[in-house]
Design a protein around this ligand. Structure first.
Ligand SMILES: C[S@@+](CC[C@H](N)C(=O)[O-])C[C@H]1O[C@@H](n2cnc3c(N)ncnc32)[C@H](O)[C@@H]1O
Length: 222
């Protein structure tokens, strides 16, 4: 899990840096949590960044930032928002998002907590932006495809997060997900599952590799 969390941030931020090189100037961190990208990126002077998060989580983060004396960069705008009760168009519109600017969305560690309907309406909004958009998000293979041992671990983690009030609500089958993204208007999809993640980021770690589990994906409409 720790490796996966590090990899998903590396993958998304590398894709974002490449998009900035190609001219992207607007970034949306969806479900930001304690994400620190806006506070540490050296690309900050070239970007307008929105942190979108549940109002309660965002208020807690802002207090933590204040307690830690971490300044809020001028490039950052906070957009309090609940995916399940508002549309992303409304939440971002209220924060001054420019829907005509090509935009990169990072959406890390959030998709599994949302209803499938909300996941698709969010991706539909991203795909509909008139001047193009990019998104990076993570998701999990269906547990039925895991090995028996991995399924037992998964079930115990799923039970723990559900007890904390943050249940995992969805899983995707990779080929179906890719086909639906293309049908929505994404023209390029790069999806790394556990074997591809291991080969790219940990080529020397050859033992105990699952072939099913967490995926990190980027897609673009350009
Ligand atoms: C596991 S954290 C991930 C945080 C961060 N993106 C990261 O990669 O570490 C899940 C985030 O999703 C947000 N989230 C979950 N459900 C949400 C909802 N319905 N509306 C807005 N944000 C939501 C939570 O507030 C939290 O910040």
């Amino acid at each position: 899990m720790r490796i996966f969390i590090a990899v998903r941030a590396r993958f998304a931020e590398d894709a974002l840096a490449a998009a900035v090189e190609r001219g992207v100037r607007q970034v949306v961190v969806l479900g930001a949590g304690l994400d620190t990208y806006a506070y540490r990126t050296t690309l900050r002077d070239r970007l307008r960044i929105f942190e979108v998060d549940h109002p309660t989580t965002q208020a807690w983060k802002r207090q933590r930032l204040e307690d830690a004396a971490i300044p809020i960069p001028n490039s950052l705008t906070f957009a309090p928002f609940d995916f399940e009760h508002q549309t992303l168009a409304e939440g971002l519109g209220a924060a001054g998002f420019d829907s005509l600017q090509q935009t990169f969305f990072t959406w890390l560690g959030v998709v599994p907590y949302l209803t499938e309907e909300t996941v698709w309406s969010t991706l539909g909004f991203i795909a509909s932006l008139p001047n193009g958009a990019h998104v990076a998000f993570d998701y999990s293979d269906p547990p039925a495809s895991f090995s028996a041992e991995a399924r037992i671990h998964h079930e115990s983690r799923a039970k723990r997060v559900a007890e904390l009030g943050e249940a995992w609500l969805n899983y995707f089958e990779a080929d179906e997900l890719r086909a639906k993204l293309m049908a929505l208007g994404f023209s390029e999809v790069e999806d790394l599952g556990p074997p591809q993640i291991a080969a790219r980021y940990f080529p020397n770690r050859v033992t105990n590799l699952p072939d099913k589990g967490g995926h990190i994906l980027r897609a673009t409409t350009i």
